[in-house]
Design a protein around this ligand. Structure first.
Ligand code: SAH
Length: 232
């Protein structure tokens, strides 16, 4: 239920009350949408409790930031539902020393979580405006261990490869081979694979240079669009 329905307009609150209000909502989100549904990784739960999701959401929709569904962020794109983000992060089993590649910066929300859970984050987004806004938000909130690039993430970011983990936030018909090539031995990749309206989350591990694929839960992501915007 949005806070306006409850009779509160968050956009009119003073900054301290607004912060406390969102913090309460965030704690409730972690309890009811994540812990109660089986997310167990304490580092993931702590990170989700810490990152102010509302800061990554366009102002008119902020009151819904902690609801149990995706939200539009502009350019026809969405910030994913909190549960699916937590599930992807839990499956990736990130260590504090990992170097991580993210494809599809979008709002920068997942980038902020990756920034807390790993050592270095490399994030690629094809929409220049989304990338610029995400970069501003992350700097303002002082998530400093992140590098950004505008371009086609299906090609990865060869300059900084190999990566310990890769998280793809957009759906692809098949796992992109260029991304697999940029994984370390033993590295893990989370990617939604399947047709446009329904995919399965796959955890792909590089074992002796070969992909070991584990099929996880069903999901629905916006498509991974190959090529840059200039070439459209
Ligand atoms: N994790 C993001 C979700 C963004 S939705 C968040 O928390 O907000 C997926 C994003 O992938 C969109 O911003 C879309 O523009 C981007 N995207 C789609 N195809 C891409 C590609 N080939 N390279 C880089 N980014 C891509």
């Amino acid at each position: 239920m949005s806070s306006v329905v409850k009779g509160l307009d968050v956009n009119r609150m003073d900054p301290n009350s607004q912060r406390d209000h969102f913090q309460r909502q965030r704690e409730e989100m972690v309890r009811t949408q994540l812990a109660d549904r089986g997310i167990r990784d304490l580092r993931v739960l702590d990170a989700m409790r810490s990152v102010p999701r509302h800061e990554f959401i366009p102002e008119p929709l902020r009151q819904d930031a902690y609801e149990d569904h995706p939200l539009p962020i502009g350019e026809g794109q969405t910030i994913s539902q909190p549960y699916i983000v937590a599930a992807m992060l839990e499956y990736l089993t990130l260590r504090a020393t990992d170097r991580v590649l993210e494809i599809g910066t979008g709002s920068g929300y997942v980038t902020a979580l990756l920034s807390l859970l790993s050592a270095e984050v490399y994030s690629v987004e094809r929409h220049a405006q989304l990338a610029a806004l995400a970069e501003r938000t992350l700097h303002r909130l002082e998530y400093c261990n992140v590098k950004f690039r505008i371009g086609d993430g299906s090609q990865g970011w060869a300059e900084y490869a190999p990566f310990d983990a890769i998280l793809v936030s957009a759906a692809t018909a098949e796992m992109p081979p260029a991304l697999f090539a940029q994984l370390c031995e033993g590295g893990r990749m989370m990617v939604p694979v399947g047709p446009p309206f329904s995919q399965e989350l796959q955890l792909i591990t590089k074992v002796k240079k070969q992909p070991k694929v584990k099929i996880l839960e069903g999901c629905r992501f916006v498509p991974l669009v190959e090529g840059t915007l200039d070439s459209e």
